[in-house]
Write a protein that binds this ligand. Sequence first.
Ligand code: 5AD
Ligand code: FES
Length: 349
Amino acid sequence: MTDIVEKLYRTGDLTNEEFSALIKTDDESAAELLKKYADETRRKYYGKKVFLRGLIEISSYCKNDCLYCGIRRSNKSAERYRLSREDILSCCKNGYELGFRTFVMQGGEDSFFTDEIMADIISEIRRSYPDCAITLSLGERSRESYKLFKEAGADRYLLRHEAASPELYSRLHPAELSLENRKECLFALRELGYQVGAGFMVGAPFQTVDHIICDLRFLQQLQPQMIGIGPFIPHHNTPFAEEKGGTLELTLRLLGILRLMFPRVLLPATTALGTIAPNGRELGLMTGCNVVMPNLSPVMVRKKYDLYDNKICTGEEAAECRGCLQRRIESAGYEIASERGDCVSFHNA
Ligand code: 5AD
Ligand code: FES
């Protein structure tokens, strides 16, 4: 099995059979070697740097009904909120003072945030913080809308593809959502000059190793600047309440594989990973991750952005998360980089 890891390290690719064997193996020495090479590779391109992204969760209203997600529209017990323009700008101000140079505005698909309203907020942030990157994570919108946001000053867009297998995609989403449209959005974003992030959940209900290989192949095709993966965690008010969650081991295995397949990619140690294990994010950093996304949302609303159960950091102020993460990053042997943190392979940013 270690020869498969050697091959992945040397060539950045494997056959489907080899990927399958590496994903499934319980060979400890292969897992250790994968971790070692993943860390070596991230250090080669990024050194010890860990980039911070300040996450502002702008709305928990969502018109979609993804079966796994706690803020799906059918969840009538979800508490809904949306931040005002002033709330969002004050999160940015707070974040800037704490050293953040990337703001990520994420939310459910909330029709309150029309193109005009969103473009106005983006241009205001662009004007106030010319040295910061503006990232959006607002789901599927029209190409025109993406274009308008780009012109208003957005640099990056995060849109996990969620599942590249049409069969799995349709078991995780209602019929009105399609993988085809999701992919079109991602290719449109790339074409418009955004730095793009895609990704998927690990251990989602019905997910098999073949589905995961399908995700890896799709990522090879898209070549995103960022890849966000984290364990699926059941939410008690969704149809998947009784399903098993994704494991720490499989998530780390895939993070290591992704680092070797995409040596220069930005790879976040996600909040979901920190939720399933107290040291999950530190282990992620030691397995190739180089980004963390601390929460900048007002503490008042944090519990309401309730995608999955037991989400961490919902009681902390932004400054506390910043301090907590700094300690965690340093304890894992890395250091916070106070810069925008663009992907080293992205040249037309
Ligand atoms: N468990 C883990 N991740 C989830 N997401 C949504 N619901 C869950 C869940 N139950 C992820 C999706 C989405 C991102 C914002 O959060 O992949 O793209
Ligand atoms: Fe938010 Fe530790 S990162 S409290």
